[in-house]
Design a protein around this ligand. Structure first.
Ligand code: URA
Length: 195
């Protein structure tokens, strides 16, 4: 199991060698954050304005909504580990470009390998499509998926809508709240499944 210090060193090493063009405009890299022994890792898209300023993922409006949903399943931030596929804020919160995702992908894969959670929850299509390139989030959100991925010990993945997209869209918000309840069910199912 990785330690907080080992993860910090991992992040500093990847930040120093990273070639993402967003490095130029971002205030700082936003490292993954949370419990290195977490059973669940959440992977978002890219830092927004608040995350860029504070250097911590999901501290803005989407993060507050995420905290509410965590509370609804009896979890807290301290129980999870959370990160983004892209570690630098895209200007004006535009979608990250494929080259920006590619530049940060080995960094994400290294932290996922270090934490080795039982379940990886994708927040939105950007992180999901890195591992499941042909899936559509509208079709697979809330569905537990199993896959063996080289270099990552985790075998189970749950794609969800991105909390920022759902924040101001009532229907999507309800679906996300509903799908979120599948996290404890997925963990129970994984615990009962012999690998
Ligand atoms: N949206 C993301 O995808 N990541 C963050 O860290 C904040 C908002």
């Amino acid at each position: 199991m990785a330690t907080v210090q080992a993860l910090r060193t991992l992040h500093e090493t990847y930040a120093a060698s990273n070639t993402c063009a967003l490095k130029e405009s971002a205030t700082q890299p936003v490292f993954g954050d949370g419990n290195p022994a977490a059973e669940v890792v959440f992977v978002g898209e890219a830092p927004g304005k608040n995350e860029d300023l504070q250097g911590i993922p999901f501290v803005g409006a989407a993060g507050k909504f995420l905290d509410e949903m965590l509370e609804s399943i009896g979890m807290k931030r301290e129980d999870i580990y959370i990160t983004n596929i892209v570690k630098y804020r895209p200007p004006n919160n535009r979608d990250p470009e494929p080259s920006e995702k590619e530049a940060c992908a080995p960094w994400l894969e290294a932290e996922l390998a270090a934490v080795g959670p039982k379940l990886i929850v994708f927040l939105g299509r950007h992180s999901m499509n890195h591992f499941f390139p042909t899936e559509k989030i509208s079709a697979v959100h809330g569905k537990l998926m199993a896959k063996t991925i080289a270099g990552i010990p985790t075998k189970y993945f749950l794609p969800l809508y991105h909390p920022a997209a759902a924040l101001y869209n009532g229907g999507m918000r309800d679906e996300l709240m509903y799908d979120f309840q599948k996290i404890p069910l997925a963990l129970k199912k994984i615990a009962e499944t012999k690998s």
